[in-house]
Design a protein around this ligand. Structure first.
Ligand code: FMN
Length: 156
């Protein structure tokens, strides 16, 4: 069974709720999913996964520092995560708050790790973006991501 890490930072619960939706969806698709706050993930575990889905609130148009810290520490495994799958999502406070950039900032790091990212032709183009608490629209975006990401992980 392919193994996926869904990890996130969340202070007021919105990103955590999205992470739960992503993790449940991927589990339903038959993947072995680990769901953990980013502060509890050791970078030493990363090579054991086939894919990563990372969520962060939008903090000033980029990822929150605990997510950046985790990613910076992952440099220890640079060139060791090559060819694994990656996806990202965010929660923000307002429409137009820069959520797409947050998702792209996270994806950029995993592209540098050599990971494979699935583009999305519908919903959030780069990954799900919630404005505040995730609603029906976000649930649909998560469904699209889950479908595509599960398929990608199975192919790799
Ligand atoms: C330090 C800080 C910076 C933020 N910057 C932005 C921002 O640039 N754009 C935006 O739309 N929301 C911004 N927000 C709002 C959060 O992204 C939003 O409340 C989000 O849903 C919080 O996610 P959480 O519930 O998972 O902690 C900011 C919040 C904080 C605390």
């Amino acid at each position: 069974m392919k193994k996926v890490l869904v990890t996130f930072y969340s202070r007021s619960g919105n990103t955590a709720e999205m992470a739960g939706m992503v993790a449940n969806g991927l589990t339903d698709k038959g993947l072995d999913v680990t769901l953990k706050p980013v502060e509890e993930v050791s970078v030493d575990s990363l090579s054991g996964y086939d894919g990563f889905v990372i969520g962060s609130p939008n903090y000033f148009g980029t990822m929150a520092w605990p997510v950046k810290k985790f990613i910076d520490e992952s440099v220890k495994y640079f060139k060791k995560l090559d060819g694994k799958a990656a996806a990202a999502f965010t929660s923000e406070g307002m429409i137009g708050g820069g959520g797409d950039i947050v998702v792209l900032d996270i994806l950029k790091c995993f592209l540098i790790h050599g990971c494979v990212v699935q583009g999305l032709t519908s919903a959030g183009h780069f990954g799900p973006v919630s404005v505040g608490k995730p609603d029906e629209r976000v649930a649909k975006e998560v469904d699209v991501l889950v479908e595509k990401f599960a398929s990608l992980v199975q192919k790799l």
